[in-house]
Design a protein around this ligand. Structure first.
Ligand SMILES: *Cc1c(COP(=O)(O)O)cnc(C)c1O
Length: 331
């Protein structure tokens, strides 16, 4: 297959570290759990979204855009990363956030504010019904100011954003070679689907034989399989010439969403504390905490072999911890 590579900014600090969680693995009596530290892609822009934004924003700049518009929940890591990136690149930023305007600006939203992002808050109903119109209005506002704006979809998950984890797949395989392991499972949290789909496609094209699993934090297996198939089809259409356009297996586990997006049970908070104390690794209650909990449950139930190596891709989310301080209170 001949692939044409898109433009890319160089903002993430890669390769990110890759290491074994030795104490936790021992405590569980195997398998060895390895962690890909994409929570360390950058301090302020930390997490998985930066890898996707490197491609999406490079394309937007090449197209002559001076403003970026995107959307997400009030504590969206993606929106925060976009806001910081815009400030760093001298671009305007407008965020459309789902939820009430908080009385106390906190966590991700605090950082987005600090970096000068303009924010429109929409309640859940308005967000569901009017999002496209609000995007169009903001585009027009910039147009009237003589600025070309680019709209980034939720979580930067589209065929351009897919490149972020398509490329990270190579980095992971290099990590495995250095550590001399052949993991049978690579997993991550899945929210808008682009991280999982990119990894699955990148690993498939490089003939990785294991399972690539996404633990859903919202929506179900059917949704994520369709979303991955659509984004991958659009990716082939745009970047690949000739040959077959195979969709890799998309293994989604939607069993550990719990009460809903952004709502975590006491078991999740307890596990976040345990992993922080045991390994110095900080998980968040919205994404990585639920995914890692799912992985540990499947290990404990014997659904994952205790003999091999498994890899968890830590996708970030540290700033999302702060608004949950009351659920995490210690002592
Ligand atoms: C957005 C996000 C995810 C999910 O990634 P998608 O590509 O949207 O599926 C996982 N973890 C964290 C911390 C995130 O911010």
């Amino acid at each position: 297959m001949v692939i044409s590579f898109p433009p890319k900014l160089s903002l993430a600090q890669t390769p990110t570290p890759f290491h074994c969680l030795q104490r936790l693995s021992q405590k569980l009596k195997g398998p060895r759990i390895w962690i890909k530290r994409d929570d360390l892609t950058h301090a302020a822009m930390s997490g998985n979204k930066l890898r996707k934004l490197e491609y999406i924003v490079a394309q937007a700049i090449q197209d002559g855009c001076q403003a970026l518009i995107t959307c997400g929940g009030v504590q969206s890591n993606h929106c925060r990363a976009t806001a910081v990136l815009c400030a760093q690149m001298g671009l305007k930023c407008h965020l459309i956030l789902r939820g009430e305007k908080p009385t106390d600006v906190d966590g991700n939203t605090l950082l987005a504010h600090l970096c000068g992002a303009e924010i429109t808050y929409l309640d859940k109903v308005a967000y569901q019904q009017n999002l496209a119109q609000v995007f169009a209005d903001v585009v027009q506002k910039y147009e009237q100011a003589g600025l070309k704006a680019h709209c980034i979809p939720t979580g930067a998950s589209n065929e351009i954003g897919l490149w972020g984890y398509y490329s990270a797949a190579k980095e992971l395989l290099d990590d495995f070679a250095r550590a001399q392991i052949c993991p049978e499972l690579i997993c991550c949290a899945t929210g808008s689907g682009g991280t999982h789909a990119g990894l699955a496609l990148g690993l498939y094209h490089r003939h990785y034989a294991g399972v690539v699993r996404g633990y859903a934090v919202c929506d179900n297996e059917t949704y994520f399989k369709r979303k991955a198939a659509e984004d991958i089809a659009a990716w082939y259409q745009k970047y690949a010439t000739n040959q077959n356009h195979d969709i890799p297996p998309i293994d989604v586990c939607d069993e550990f969403i719990g009460p809903g997006y952004g709502i975590a049970t006491p078991e999740i908070f307890a596990m976040i504390r345990e992993v922080a104390e045991l390994e110095g690794v900080l998980l968040d209650p919205v994404y990585t905490g639920k995914a890692f909990y799912g992985l540990l449950q499947q290990i404990k139930r014997g659904e994952i072999s205790k003999a091999g190596d498994v890899v968890f891709v830590h996708t970030g989310g540290i700033f999302g911890l702060f608004p949950y301080r009351s659920k995490l209170s210690v002592g």
